[in-house]
Design a protein. Structure first.
Length: 387
């Protein structure tokens, strides 16, 4: 069990040091920014907290004081939570509100650290077995542990409550992503506080919950890893966003293929170059596929029957599914299928769309165009399978 706890502390410490070293690489251009300095202070305290946690697992004393590593870990954890609050204020609040909030949290953090130090020595912390800090029935030491947990839980709640509104307020996509991850970290760390409270109270009552005691360590390590990632999102955020965008484009490219294939077979001239399986230049190929679908659609206009609809195809769906947009997508898909068949047989319908503008949905940008054509292509595939 101690090996797993040590591993959790080490994981949290390594993620903290990784975030710190990355942020220190920006020191030359960012040091004058007060938010950056607060971030460095937070990461230093985060590293100290979990380094001392790993040291405490080895037992022994520091500077001749027993359990001093545990006290330092707890004091650093309080300061770390205060610094995290200050970072959030620097990111999202006005200068005046940030300064006022910073003073409040600094005073609160100092008061809590003084209180914990006094309780630690009054409870004979240096002379107690290290296992007593997992939970004990001794009143002073139990008070010390509960005060520490409250000092961690309250910032988790305030950070979670603030991150959502701040994320909606900002136009900075990177900051918005960091705030959302910070809110997730706050939830996970609050679960740590809950699990740790259960550990303390059950041990104080003489109840052994076995391996469930490790839940607090797992929540703590997971929350710190998420928190560290949120603080260095400028490193991994853009590549991940690009990968997600590529994946969305690839899904759209694949979804458009059945519709494009049938239009290409009916009108081979729509293709600027011979089709191939490569997606090395996906953005270009997706643009070409959209353009070629539109061109193939135009070639079918003399064969599109204006009275063709897909009412039957959506008739079995619920009212929520068969919305106006979905019904239009199925109607367009049904008209395309009918027009392709008419072109193959050479039969021009009596009510053809050989003149006038498109009456399909008007889209004002490429992303919207891809989304709309993907709906039509999906409807087209469903109609083809149903026939």
């Amino acid at each position: 069990m101690n090996a797993i706890r040590t591993l959790c502390f080490a994981t949290a410490a390594l993620s903290s040091y990784a975030a710190l070293f990355y942020r220190l690489s920006q020191v030359r251009r960012s040091w004058r920014d007060s938010a950056y300095r607060a971030l460095i202070a937070t990461l230093l305290l985060q590293c100290l907290t979990f380094t001392m946690g790993a040291v405490a697992m080895g037992g022994g004393s520091i500077l001749g004081v027993g359990n001093l590593a545990i006290l330092i870990m707890h004091l650093a954890a309080v300061a770390f939570c205060v610094a995290a609050q200050i970072i959030l204020l620097r990111w999202a609040a006005t200068d005046e509100a940030a300064a006022r909030g910073t003073r409040y949290w600094l005073i609160t953090g100092i008061a809590l650290d003084v209180l914990l130090t006094v309780l630690f020595f009054l409870a004979d912390g240096p002379g107690r077995p290290a296992s007593d800090f997992d939970g004990t029935s001794r009143p002073l030491l139990l008070t010390y542990l509960l005060v520490f947990i409250v000092s961690q839980a309250v910032p988790c709640v305030t950070i979670y409550r603030q991150c959502g509104p701040y994320a909606r307020m900002t136009d900075n996509a990177s900051l918005r992503q960091a705030l959302r991850m910070l809110s997730v970290a706050a939830v996970v760390l609050f679960l740590y506080c809950t699990a740790r409270t259960v550990n303390i109270l059950t041990l104080a009552a003489g109840v052994d919950i076995g391996a469930w005691k490790l839940a607090s360590n797992v929540f703590s390590a997971s929350g710190i890893v998420i928190l560290s990632l949120s603080l260095i999102n400028s490193l991994w955020g853009p590549p991940v966003s690009q990968l997600a965008e590529w994946a969305r484009s690839y899904r759209s490219y694949r979804a458009l293929h059945p519709l494009w294939r049938d239009l290409y077979e009916a009108s081979p001239d729509i293709a600027l170059e011979p089709p191939g399986p490569s997606v090395s230049d996906l953005n270009y190929r997706l643009h070409r596929r959209v353009v070629e679908i539109r061109d193939g659609w135009r070639d079918l206009r003399p064969y599109i029957d204006r009275e063709t609809s897909a009412a039957g195809a959506v008739g079995g769906m619920s009212g929520g599914e068969a919305g106006a947009e979905l019904r239009q997508a199925f109607a367009e898909a049904a008209q395309i299928r009918q027009a392709l068949e008419a072109k193959r047989t050479g039969i021009v319908p009596d009510h053809s769309k050989d003149a006038g503008d498109f009456d399909d949905r008007d889209t004002d940008n490429f992303v919207a165009e891809v989304a709309w054509l993907t709906q039509v292509a999906t409807a087209y595939s469903k109609l083809s399978k149903a026939s």
